[in-house]
Ligand binder design. Structure first.
Ligand code: NAG
Length: 303
């Protein structure tokens, strides 16, 4: 952290002139500096929990010794299906208590559904101190695909019929429905989905300006995903791309929420604070355990 570096420079000049004691002091101070990585808060995805993030926690501590890593232990496994607006306040409590003890800021690393929980946290928490927000294969622009994962919830329902289940008061009580984005049911999505259209500023609401300001307090947004994910559909949703009404993928920079800067994405990009990282050959449930991905896409942002 910067304050720490100032401390180091301050100790440097007397050490040269006053001999070994101060040199020793300098080394100790320098050691402290090197070790002062910001705490990392991890938010898990659907159908998983802290257990699945042991490798990732190990990777972080190995390359940045002394980092405090917390995988928030809430709504694990089947409980992850609870409605997102119910989960967000509980995650906020843990998030706030870690932030409070980290005056130099924290990093937020969120996987899959967790990426949406984290966006909701960032948008609705004034004065948070998150530096880097890493979104690891998260359906940021929504989900439209009947993968194995979804079959657990929707059984044999075809993706074109899921909107009947999702786009009403009862469906919205299932987390997946909160980011189900059927490109053929645009009006119903905008009217009946109570989560993603608000987060993406696709349905205007009175808190939009405040949410954008809160979200823009992050210093870096890192988006990670890839074509062999197998769950996030289309996979480009991990980079804010999504289907148009003919199911062709429209990239982030051509999305309406980007063009009208509905929640700050364009500002982040123009500020130079939007980083994308694409990797092929990675299946959805292995993103967080792949050291190559960690090395290339995460390590340098977690200082
Ligand atoms: C890890 O990531 C690399 C780089 O994208 C990929 O080639 C490899 O297949 C992945 N390994 C596993 C076990 O997923």
């Amino acid at each position: 952290s910067r304050s720490c570096m100032v401390g180091c420079q301050y100790e440097e000049s007397p050490a040269g002139s006053r001999g070994p004691m101060l040199l020793l002091l300098l080394l100790v101070v320098a050691g402290v500096c090197v070790d002062s990585y910001k705490p990392v808060i991890i938010v898990h995805g659907i159908f998983d929990g802290p257990q699945q993030f042991q490798n990732l926690s190990r990777f972080i501590k190995k390359v940045h010794p002394g980092t405090e890593v917390t995988v928030i232990d809430l709504y694990d496994d089947l409980l992850s299906l609870q409605p997102l607006w119910k989960q967000v306040p509980d995650f906020r409590q843990s998030f706030n208590s870690i932030m409070k003890n980290a005056p130099d800021g924290v990093h937020l690393l969120c996987f899959s559904q967790g990426g949406l929980i984290c966006r909701a946290l960032l948008s609705t928490t004034p004065n948070h101190n998150v530096h880097t927000f890493i979104s690891l294969s998260s359906p940021l622009a929504g989900q439209y695909g009947d993968t194995d994962y979804l079959q657990k919830v929707f059984h044999k329902t075809l993706k074109k019929n899921v909107h009947f289940i999702c786009y009403n008061k009862f469906g919205q009580k299932v987390s997946i429905c909160d980011y189900w984005n059927d490109p053929h049911q645009r009006l119903s999505y905008l009217r009946n989905n109570i989560f993603l259209p608000l987060l993406n500023g696709e349905r205007p609401h009175s808190d939009m300006t405040a949410w954008r300001e809160n979200f823009l307090q992050i210093e870096k947004l890192v988006l990670i995903g890839g074509p062999d994910d197998g769950v996030i559909t289309p996979w480009q949703s991990s980079h804010f791309g999504f289907y148009d009404s003919s199911e062709n993928v429209v990239e982030m920079q051509k999305q309406e929420f980007y063009l009208n800067d509905a929640f700050g994405l364009k500002t982040l990009d123009q500020r130079g604070d939007l980083v994308t990282c694409v990797h092929s050959g990675v299946k959805h449930t292995t993103w967080h355990s792949n050291f190559t991905v960690f090395r290339n896409c995460m390590e340098k942002w977690l200082t």
